[in-house]
Design a protein around this ligand. Structure first.
Ligand SMILES: [Zn+2]
Length: 408
């Protein structure tokens, strides 16, 4: 078992319009600094009085790496209790790659004085678009969304230069998106990803990393709407079933919620089709929906011609749905449709087989009912079905690599 020490948080003014909340981190003798960087005007809302953001941001990394956490600054007592009592024991018991660790920290029950604002994140996808549209209209003033965070926490890259240039490139559009709905935008850039040696862990167990950003702005927010991926009845903590921790975020968020800040699993009341129905005809969605995963990938080699590349699986799902519903033309400004237009049958066949979930079944049904199921789609479905089945067979993949002269 190793040790990760979190020093007392401090504010660093970069004099370039940006301010950072920092903490010195010492991991088994190696020293580094973890930071959360925001625009200058939000600097006064960074919470340097306690280390909540840092413990929450690093918890999954420490559980994976088997590092106990020692805090040289106070931690909110309720947060400490819930992480220690529920999160660590349950997650380490249920997931074979996560280990039980110990947190040493002085705790406090003093309330955090905040501005009573409510935030959410904007990745651009269906889940966050639903949250922004739905929760910005809430009639109860005290639950109405006020701020939108744009962070780099969804990255699965490891190169700071690339991550930052992509972040800087997308930022103006994210500000425009928030303003379009009458919301305020805050950019949060963090090097948290660099503390996760294994990008798979960073992207698989993710609620804590995202929630560390609003916790860094603890003097601003009283609540945060964390966009759910699943409806509550799809809840699972079965290691063999889940594809990400999104399956149990209603549990994770409960362990992060304190009297200082409430985390809600926003959108957990509906499924994906309901979310799409809600957002699909909005002018906002037609201008800002960004489901594409291509540039988030390590390297970001495949530069897209439009906001959505129109080729990756995530784009493919949306294009299939929009086409089935007869509204694809309304999305041509933000989706590159050249791949789709060149071979509709192959495109749709591939994406139905790649997805194979309830969503693909619904889209297939819709395509057939609306007489839009392209001739030849079944042929490509058979081809892709075999291809994806083969890809799942480890023996065949090894055989394929041997044929190509690649030993594993
Ligand atoms: Zn794409």
């Amino acid at each position: 078992m190793g040790v990760l020490k979190i020093g007392k948080p401090y504010i660093e003014n970069l004099h370039n319009g940006k301010v950072r909340l920092c903490a010195d981190i010492e991991t088994n003798g190696d020293k580094s600094v973890l930071y959360y960087e925001v625009e200058e005007e939000y600097g006064r809302f960074l919470n340097d009085d306690r280390c909540d953001a840092f413990v929450v941001g690093l918890i999954n990394s420490c559980m994976f790496d088997e590092n106990d956490i020692i805090c040289e600054c106070v931690l909110t007592e309720q947060l400490y209790f819930q992480i220690n009592m529920y999160y660590i024991p349950l997650i380490s018991d249920l997931f074979s790659d996560m280990n039980a660790i110990h947190i040493t920290a002085d705790t406090t029950n003093e309330p955090v004085e905040n501005e009573g604002k409510i935030g959410t994140g904007n990745s651009g996808g269906v889940d966050s678009t639903y949250t922004m549209l739905k929760y910005s209209k809430d009639k109860l003033k005290s639950f109405k969304l006020t701020h939108v965070l744009f962070t780099n926490i969804s990255t699965n890259d490891y190169d700071d230069g690339r991550i930052r240039s992509l972040f800087d490139r997308d930022l103006p559009m994210k500000i425009e998106a928030a303003n379009y709905l009458g919301l305020k935008s805050i950019s949060v850039y963090t090097n948290l990803y660099s503390f996760y040696k294994h990008p798979g862990i960073f992207n698989h167990y993710f609620a804590q990393q995202y929630c560390s950003a609003p916790l860094a702005l603890g003097k601003l927010f009283k609540a945060y709407y964390f966009s759910s991926t699943f409806k509550a009845n799809d809840y699972s903590m079965d290691e063999n079933l889940i594809v990400s921790s999104g399956r149990y975020d209603i549990f994770s968020l409960k362990t992060l919620t304190t009297s200082n800040m409430a985390f809600y699993s926003a959108g957990t009341e509906v499924d994906r089709m309901d979310k799409l129905d809600y957002i699909i005809n909005s002018d906002y969605t037609k201008k800002f929906l960004q489901v594409c995963s291509v540039e988030q990938s390590a390297g970001g080699k495949n530069k897209a011609a439009k906001l959505n590349c129109g080729y990756c699986n995530k784009c493919g799902r949306m294009i299939g749905l929009f086409y089935a519903q007869g509204i694809l033309k309304e999305y041509e400004d933000i989706f590159d449709l050249s791949f789709f237009n060149n071979n509709k049958a192959k495109f749709i066949g591939k994406n139905i087989e790649a997805d194979q979930g309830v969503f693909a079944k619904k889209v297939t049904k819709m395509l057939k009912e609306n007489h839009k199921y392209p001739v030849g789609t079944d042929f490509y479905r058979i081809c892709y079905h075999i291809r994806y089945k083969l890809a799942k067979s480890e023996q065949l993949v090894r055989f394929y690599h041997k044929l190509k002269g690649i030993e594993d």
